[in-house]
Design a protein around this ligand. Structure first.
Ligand code: HEM
Length: 132
C-alpha cells in the first residue's frame, strides 16, 4: 500500500473509531431492563477509545516516518499533535470514570464530555487544513 493510502486509511479509521466510541454511551444508556450495570456494559466504549488513540498515533507515525512534510500545512499538524495529547488526557479521565465508587463523577463527566467536544473540533480543523 502506498503512503497516501496508508495515511488515508489510518486517518479515516481513527475518525470512525472516535465517532463510534463517542456514540456508545448514548446508545448503551438507553438499554432498558438491562441486568448488567451501565459501567460494565460500557466496555465497547472503553476499547474504541483506546483503539482511537492507538490508530491516531499510527496515523501520525506513518506520515512522520515518510519524512517529506513539504507543502503540508504546519498549523494543521500542530493541531493534530495537540488533539493526540488531549486524547491521552481523555483516557486518563475515562479510567477515573470507570471506577464505580468515583465520588467526583459529575465534574469528571462534564470534563470528559467537553474534552470530547474539543478533540472533535480539533480533528475537524486538522482535516480541513491538511486534506489533499
Ligand atoms: C476517544 C476517546 C473518548 C471519547 C471521545 C469519550 C467520550 C465520552 C462521552 C461523550 C461520554 C458521555 C458523557 C456524558 O454522559 O455526558 C463518555 C462517557 C464515559 N466514558 Fe468516555 N470517551 C473516550 C474514552 C474513554 C475511555 C478510554 C474510557 C475508559 C477507560 C472512558 C470511560 C467513560 C465512562 C466510564 C463514561 C460514563 C460516565 C458516566 O456516565 O458516569 N471513555 N465518554
Amino acid at each position: 500500500m502506498n503512503d497516501y493510502l496508508q495515511s488515508a486509511f489510518s486517518g479515516w479509521g481513527s475518525v470512525a473509531l472516535f465517532g463510534s466510541g463517542l456514540a456508545m454511551p448514548y446508545l448503551l444508556r438507553r438499554t432498558r431492563g438491562a441486568k448488567t450495570p451501565y459501567l460494565r456494559r460500557m466496555w465497547p466504549h472503553f476499547w474504541l477509545g483506546y483503539l482511537a488513540f492507538v490508530v491516531s498515533f499510527m496515523h501520525a507515525w506513518l506520515i512522520m516516518r515518510g519524512g517529506n512534510m513539504r507543502g503540508i500545512n504546519a498549523a494543521g499538524v500542530w493541531i493534530a499533535t495537540v488533539a493526540l495529547l488531549i486524547m491521552l488526557w481523555q483516557i486518563v479521565v475515562g479510567l477515573m470514570l470507570r471506577n464505580p465508587s468515583q465520588s467526583n463523577r459529575r465534574a469528571l463527566r462534564r470534563t470528559h464530555f467537553w474534552t470530547m467536544t474539543l478533540v472533535a473540533g480539533l480533528i475537524a480543523l486538522h482535516i480541513a487544513l491538511n486534506r489533499p
